[in-house]
Ligand binder design. Structure first.
Ligand SMILES: *Cc1c(COP(=O)(O)O)cnc(C)c1O
Length: 350
């Protein structure tokens, strides 16, 4: 499908305008020279409406759905320092909706009780914030999913008193949300072609998997050749590739495209998250500092620094050959940098 056709198709589904798109596609001159690749960064950390991030693209479709259903409250879930929850709160305010956040205290970092970073912004935005303790023995992602039970009871109470509630899943990970990244992929390819470039690789951090699923749907729409590689920020639960492939397939179905994405098309590398979610590794801290000092761009420690550690390693070890065009997708997360020195991981290095 041609780019214009894909854009028209994606615009045929209701969407509210929340962010600033297209986000910049910036060439990383110093890193390109150092590593011998054509290195670009897609700056979704600048997607707005405040500190940006990748969830804004998904929320443009999800909140349009909430408005269409006549909802007045929007629930979502995440870790204490969730970017997704903060982006949902801001996006809700722009649409006149009340955000309700169920946030799980993961307790990896000592300062997690403090109202800083994303959590501070949640309160500034007037979100109804509920902090829940994780059930023992669950991974970060599973613990967050678990908090949905308490939220469902809360929503049921609100509905009995005449409100209408909309549930945005963890990370905005469902076919409606993923439409945002099908559109994101199309936006990137259009921008790249405008400057005569065609990405060979698109590198990103993967949490819920929604961003990756959406991009695979967008790639299929255009028949683009770029390899899309996700770097996991936590242990990968069983069946994750299957879920991502199914969600990408269902995203295409929303566009009336009956194509199937196979789990073998989903590439996730889980070797760069270190000890776990929100725990910086030596490699991620070093990648964060290298990008800051060479390009003046701040990565976030939880997601993008780990994906950059993987990306730089792929280039250094020749998994990505020299001369290739590599787009690193900056998915945001800036406010987490201001939350806790332990999360930022840079204290020993500065
Ligand atoms: C949520 C998030 C991701 C992961 O996106 P998914 O769609 O959940 O895989 C990556 N980077 C940042 C900064 C995020 O907030």
């Amino acid at each position: 499908m041609r780019i214009e056709e894909a854009k028209d198709l994606l615009n045929s589904i209701p969407r509210v305008s929340i962010g600033f798109f297209p986000t910049p596609l910036q060439r990383l001159d110093s890193l390109s020279e150092e590593y011998g690749v054509e290195f670009f960064m897609k700056r979704d950390d600048l997607s707005g409406p405040e500190f940006g991030g990748n969830k804004i693209r998904k929320l443009e479709y999800l909140l349009a759905d909430a408005v269409r259903e006549g909802c007045d409250h929007v629930f979502t879930f995440g870790a204490h320092q969730s970017n997704h929850a903060r982006e949902t709160a801001a996006a809700c305010r722009k649409c006149g909706l009340q955000p309700v956040l169920y946030l799980t205290k993961l307790g990896n970092a000592s300062g997690s009780e403090e109202i800083l970073g994303n959590l501070l912004l949640d309160h500034v935005l007037g979100a109804d914030v509920h902090c829940v303790s994780p059930a023992p023995g669950l991974s970060a992602y599973e613990a967050v999913v678990h908090s949905q039970a308490a939220a469902s009871e809360h929503a049921a109470r609100l509905e009995r008193s005449g409100h209408r509630c909309y549930m945005v899943p963890v990370g905005g990970f469902n076919p409606t949300g993923c439409l945002g990244f099908a559109a994101g992929l199309v936006e990137l390819i259009a921008q790249a072609r405008d400057i005569g470039a065609e990405p060979d690789y698109i590198m990103l951090a993967t949490g819920s998997g929604g961003t990756l699923a959406g991009m695979l749907a967008g790639k299929r729409l255009l028949g683009a050749h770029a390899d899309v590689l996700g770097f996991s920020v936590d242990a990968e639960p069983d069946g994750k590739k299957q879920t991502i492939a199914e969600t990408a397939t269902n995203t295409l179905a929303l566009l009336d495209i009956c194509d199937r994405i196979d789990p073998r098309e989903v590439f996730i590398d889980s070797s760069y998250y270190g000890e776990g979610y929100e725990i910086p590794s030596r490699e991620s801290t070093s990648a964060l500092l290298e990008v800051a000092r060479r390009e003046g761009i701040i990565l976030d420690p939880v997601y993008t620094a780990k994906a950059m550690a993987g990306t730089l390693d792929y280039i250094r070890t020749g998994k990505i050959a020299s001369g290739k065009t590599v787009v690193f997708w900056h998915t945001g997360g800036t406010p987490a940098t201001f939350a806790e020195p332990e999360i930022a991981g840079v204290c020993d290095a500065i």
